[in-house]
Design a protein around this ligand. Structure first.
Ligand code: BGC
Length: 358
């Protein structure tokens, strides 16, 4: 009997010891899983939802633990999200800032803790905490708008004059300024020689911005211009919109005023609503930013940082955030018009033909 009891007790002890070992192992491997904090800026435009989801998938595929937040265009919400993630513990941050300067003070703490920060799509200004920047070529986007307008209006081939309006992005987003610089690099000579007129008189970046890229604000401004500047029959030949969301607001205003002739309208992102407007002939083009590319590049960078590998960058001189030049990887957007929607957006699997109704 005594012998049996001893055997039972030793088996129980072995089980307990083995159990402890297992728990310990689980905790250790749980602890070694790297945590990635993703802060996205906006819910209104579909691209940021896709960006967030693509990033999450790419990072989880690589075995990382992801905390994904979206600040819904509110800078204070984003600050609170960053602070919370910092407190709970994160090994790297990927941030598309709502406001490019409002995170600077919290980022000082992030830097003190040696946590790398990847600025995603939007450069974070006035901070030394930004380790890398991954984005699309914003200057190139502005230049593409300019060249599209130049070509569509035949500015190079004749001395005809045209009326345009400019709707820039948000003043607190560095992308908006860089796009504007690219655009004006192409169009300023035509404004100077009088071939392009801007009847509203609003030409400078600071006079043409759209706060937080809100479509309602663009719609209101376009409505105002139609009531007060174009109410005498002045023909509007082009509206250079810095994003598909802004184009959406402008098109709504034009629709509600039943403007007869269709102006050239630009945009970027490849939002589904914009692609449908292009099919209808209400928007002329969009610069498709394949969020899968950006997410993939970002996930590869995260992996390289964690593994101590060489980081792939292709621009080490352009993106100065007022304090440091941030090593950058630039992706290229693709110009989409009615002619290549199927080829670029459907054949690549970004949208299905059914979604676009084609
Ligand atoms: C992005 C654009 C986007 C805009 C509004 C910019 O920072 O680069 O792709 O359309 O924000 O969401």
């Amino acid at each position: 009997m005594k012998k049996i009891l001893i055997v039972i007790l030793s088996v129980m002890m072995m089980i307990t010891v083995a159990g402890c070992g297992k728990d310990k192992q689980a905790t250790t491997s749980e602890e070694s899983v790297k945590r990635v904090g993703i802060l996205m800026p906006k819910k209104e435009s579909p691209r940021w939802i896709k960006d967030g989801n693509n990033l999450k998938t790419e990072l989880e595929k690589r075995g990382y633990k992801v905390d994904l937040r979206n600040a819904d265009n509110d800078a204070d919400t984003q600050r609170a999200q960053l602070q919370e993630m910092l407190a709970t513990g994160t090994d790297i941050f990927i941030i598309a800032a709502v406001d490019s300067t409002s995170l600077s003070d919290i980022l000082i703490e992030v830097k003190e803790k040696n946590i790398p920060v990847i600025a995603y799509d939007r450069l974070i200004m006035n901070s030394t905490a930004v380790t890398y920047y991954i984005t699309f070529d914003n200057r190139g986007i502005g230049e593409s708008y300019g060249r599209f307008v130049e070509k569509s209006l035949g500015l190079n081939d004749s001395a005809n004059t045209f009326n345009i309006e400019i709707f820039s992005g948000s003043a607190d987003d560095n992308n908006a300024r860089v796009i504007s610089e690219g655009l004006m690099g192409v169009l300023q000579p035509y404004i100077d020689n009088g071939q392009l007129k801007v009847p509203s008189g609003k030409i400078e970046f600071g006079d043409t911005t759209t706060h937080r890229w809100r479509k309602e604000e663009a719609q209101n401004r376009m409505n105002y211009l139609l009531h007060n500047v174009y109410n005498d029959g002045t023909k509007l030949d082009a509206v250079i919109c810095a994003s598909d969301g802004i184009a959406n607001g402008v098109i709504r205003a034009l629709d509600s005023h039943h403007v007869d002739s269709q102006p050239i309208i630009t945009g970027q992102d490849g939002d589904i609503a914009a692609v449908k407007y292009i099919l209808e002939g209400k928007q002329s083009m969009t610069l498709f930013k394949d969020t899968r590319l950006l997410a993939n590049q970002c996930a590869r960078t995260v992996e390289a940082i964690f593994n101590g590998d060489t980081i792939e960058v292709n621009d080490t001189s352009t993106y100065n955030n007022n304090i440091v030049v941030v090593p950058t990887y630039l992706c290229q957007p693709i110009l989409v018009t009615k002619d290549n929607i199927k080829e670029v957006l459907v054949n690549s699997g970004y949208y299905t033909a059914e979604e676009l109704g084609i």
